[in-house]
Design a protein around this ligand. Structure first.
Ligand code: NAD
Ligand code: UD1
Length: 337
């Protein structure tokens, strides 16, 4: 299939483009490079030995998007384009609603105009809010506590309404848990701006001496060691999930909503220990206060993904830490153009 990957130059997009190309799909990428660099796309080409047709466009630019659809026969779209920082979304809600929701609306309108009816959307486990129990199944109640999460939830509603109005659409809403790690080559990986907000990129910066220690956000949660528990999934496994989802769309499944996680929860201290092992020395940390909005525990029930898509995360925590560290060591300043 010829797949349009919007936001393909970013962290999850690059890894997904690699898997798509390795599975003999062709890829057209639209990215405005607002949170990425073109060199990441070149690295995808280097890993796969295949070409990516690239357009530097904002998906909100309707005319530019129409040009992409008229120049390429697109079979399916995977939409990664959006802003993703929770803290920033609280400071800039209008920008987040505009980019994430309006961007999706323009994309859907242009898809409909060109008769392209297959789409995969990057949702997040954040739409489960603070779950009443774990593991989390797809039928759990939904809620959000910040503008970023609200954009994900509203887009899910938009996609459900669209499907109700037009059953010829095939829509895969993928709710990611916590993607970490990098391609084992060390050529592509996560490249956050400034000081990372998320745990794993923060730990790898400590590992390479760019930050002094990890701040552990609380050790009095009701978990096995008091620190927050999450479902970390290797970004390569997540990327594989997108290939399975896009292939599934070809069977006309209608609207599907699927968790992409491993089903295993690790605490912050478990993660620090695993990175210490990968590094070969102790990663320093200090226990601090809770981060506002954090929940104690979040991990997926991955059964539906396995039954519906044949998806099963294969990579271990050891692989995740090793690959994340390898990327950070080979690219201490991220992508440098
Ligand atoms: P990322 O920021 O690395 O990638 C997003 C890409 O989209 C970037 O390359 C950016 O330049 C591009 N982009 C942003 N707005 C655009 C626009 N209007 N037009 C064109 N391109 C645009 O983020 P990521 O970690 O790869 O996440 C991809 C998607 O998955 C996002 O929608 C994110 O919300 C979602 N998600 C990510 C995580 C995570 O932990 N990384 C978890 C759950 C969901
Ligand atoms: C965060 C976002 C969530 C988003 C997800 C993926 C918040 C409140 N939630 O989730 O909406 O979908 O990222 O982008 O920002 N931790 C530390 N020290 C750190 C960083 C994190 O102890 O420096 C802890 C956190 O308290 C948490 C765990 O590590 O228990 C994981 O944190 P993080 O990587 O930010 O992911 P989430 O909290 O799951």
């Amino acid at each position: 299939m010829n797949i349009l990957v919007t936001g393909g130059a970013g962290y999850i997009g690059t890894h997904t483009m690699v898997k798509l190309l390795e599975n003999n799909h062709t890829v057209v990428c639209v990215d405005d490079l607002s949170n990425s660099k073109y060199i990441a796309v070149e690295r995808v080409e280097k890993i796969t030995g295949k070409k990516v047709k690239f357009y530097q466009n904002d998906i909100r630019d309707r005319e530019a998007l129409r040009k992409v659809f008229s120049e390429n026969k697109i079979d399916a779209v995977i939409n990664f384009a959006g802003f993703k920082a929770v803290g920033e979304s609280c400071a800039k809600p209008i920008e987040y609603y505009d980019n994430n929701i309006y961007g999706m609306l323009v994309l859907l309108e242009v898809m409909r105009e060109f008769g392209v009816k297959n789409i995969v959307f990057s949702s997040s486990a954040t739409v489960y809010g603070n779950p009443h129990k774990v593991p989390i199944t797809e039928d759990f109640p939904l809620s959000t506590s910040n503008p970023y999460g609200s954009t994900k939830l509203f887009i899910e509603y938009i996609l459900k309404d669209l499907y109700a109005s037009d059953k010829s659409f095939n829509i895969a809403i993928l709710r990611y848990f916590n993607p970490i790690g990098a391609h084992p080559s060390g050529l592509i990986g996560e490249d956050p701006n400034g000081i990372p907000n998320n745990l794993c990129p923060y730990i790898t910066k400590v590992c390479v001496g760019k930050l002094p220690h990890v701040n552990v956000f609380g050790n009095d949660y009701p978990t096995h060691d008091g620190t927050g528990v999450r479902d970390y999934i290797h970004v390569e496994d997540l990327a594989e999930g997108h290939v399975l989802a896009v292939n599934k769309l070809a069977d006309n499944p209608g609207l599907i909503i699927v968790n992409l996680g491993t089903g295993t929860g690790y605490s912050v201290l478990d993660m620090i220990k695993a990175f210490s092992k990968a590094l070969g020395k102790e990663v320093p940390y200090k226990i601090g206060a809770h981060r506002p909005g954090d929940i104690p525990t979040c991990y997926a029930d991955p059964t539906y993904a396995e039954n519906l898509l044949g998806f099963k995360a294969k990579k271990s925590l050891e692989d995740m830490c090793k690959d994340a560290l390898n990327w950070q060591l080979k690219n201490p300043d991220g992508y440098v153009e």
